[in-house]
Write a protein that binds this ligand. Structure first.
Ligand code: DSN
Length: 398
């Protein structure tokens, strides 16, 4: 056996034997793995299917008849999953590529993006100074209120004050419903007051995409101009990204992915995305998502009952963030993450709103229920895990 397969076996054992609470991870089906490990990995297919309506059609290589059909099938499935007629591009290799392409499609370097900062629960690619998004664009951040919820009044004020070319909603550590309708209304009002103002509304739904697909979170479709996502979090699919957009932006989005930000698409991964969509359309998947949310609420309530401070005081989705800064000021998120690791529980340190520590230390821990719900955990199991985590935390020597 080669060293690589030894290591894969070790990782398989790790995944079998740990309690996985990282909110962005999940366990894919055997069919997703079959598709991603298939012969499609051998095929080069720069370009788009010949039937593409965006104006970008045709591949730069021969032998693409099958992958053309596959890619269009994949796009059709995802429109069904999200009950939308938006244009969809399934070629982004990741959420980061999808976001960069979305910015490149409609913005010019130097334009202003109004988004949630990484520290407050946003994402690295939403304008962090260390990411290309923060290097190419001017970033303004909207605030959270004292309870840690998005301050929509602050979005309205900042839209009026700095007239961003894009308002970006979406988060990687935010446990509450995001009111896309309210943000749309803020932008509509600003546009009504200034006819020359034409901002784009983009939603990065990566974390909550599965909830949106199952009707457990309000949809951004029909409200946002561009919607990006990954396929591997609550959607429980292969790793990768996608971009949806209003039809009039189709040409810009397609050329921003290829040739601007990427070369050849990963057709084996597109096959994995298609299988993911087939699965997301089943009643079993919808019930899975409902259980993810029930589990998250039950576990979160248990932490609160044990005296923990949960950001926003609860959760509406698949995750929540425990803020240790008041209840356990001597502990950092890093210390808790490391100790949980030692006890075969995997979670990640996370900044909390108004964080005083560095992103390497942090004062919080993010917990998600999507992965262990796939393994069959119910509310009682998550409550038991919460109690175990409390024991471990109480045992940490600061
Ligand atoms: N960094 C990922 C997460 O854990 O939320 C998202 O890309």
């Amino acid at each position: 056996m080669s060293k690589v397969f030894d290591l894969i076996e070790k990782e398989q054992q790790r995944q079998n034997n740990t309690i996985e609470l990282i909110a962005s991870e999940n366990f894919v089906s055997d069919n997703v793995r079959r598709a991603v490990g298939s012969c499609l990995t051998n095929k080069y297919a720069e370009g788009y299917p010949t039937t593409r309506l965006s104006g970008h059609k045709g591949r730069y290589y021969g032998g693409c008849t099958v992958v053309d059909e596959l890619e269009e099938y994949c796009c059709d499935l995802w429109r069904q999953v999200f009950k939308t007629d938006y244009h969809v591009n399934v070629q982004p290799h990741s959420g980061s590529s999808a976001n960069l392409a979305a910015y490149m499609a409609v913005l010019t370097p130097g334009d202003t993006i109004l988004s949630m900062s990484l520290n407050d629960g946003g994402h690295l690619t939403h304008g962090s100074p260390v990411n290309i998004s923060g290097k190419l664009f001017h970033i303004e951040s909207y605030s959270l209120d004292a309870s840690g919820r998005i301050d929509y009044e602050d979005i309205a004020n900042k839209v009026r004050a700095s007239k961003p070319q894009m308002v970006l909603a979406g988060a990687s550590a935010y446990s509450r419903i995001i009111d896309f309708r309210k943000i749309r209304a803020i932008l509509d009002e600003a546009m009504a007051q200034d006819e020359t103002y034409k901002p784009y509304f983009m939603v990065d739904m990566a974390h909550i995409a599965g909830l949106i697909a199952a009707g457990e979170h309000p949809t951004p479709f029909g409200l946002a101009d561009i919607v990006t996502t990954t396929t591997h979090k609550t959607l429980r699919g292969t790793r990768g990204g996608m971009i949806f957009c209003r039809k009039e932006l189709a040409g810009k989005i397609d050329s921003a992915i290829f040739p601007c930000c990427q070369g050849g698409p990963l057709e084996h991964v597109i096959a994995g995305k298609a299988v993911t969509a087939e699965e997301a359309l089943t009643p079993e998947y919808q019930e899975y998502i409902r259980q993810v949310v029930r589990n998250s609420k039950a576990m979160c309530a248990q932490f609160i009952e044990m005296g923990y401070d949960v950001v926003t005081g609860g959760t509406d989705n698949h995750l929540f963030v425990i803020d240790l800064s008041k209840t356990h000021p001597h502990l950092t998120g890093k210390m808790v993450q490391n100790d949980l690791d030692r006890h075969d529980i995997t979670a990640n340190k996370n900044c909390v709103p108004f964080e005083k520590r560095s992103p390497v230390e942090t004062s919080g821990v993010r917990i998600g229920t999507a992965a262990m719900t796939t393994k069959g955990y119910k509310e009682a199991d998550f409550i038991a895990v919460a109690k175990r985590i409390d024991e471990i935390i109480r045992g940490i020597q600061a």
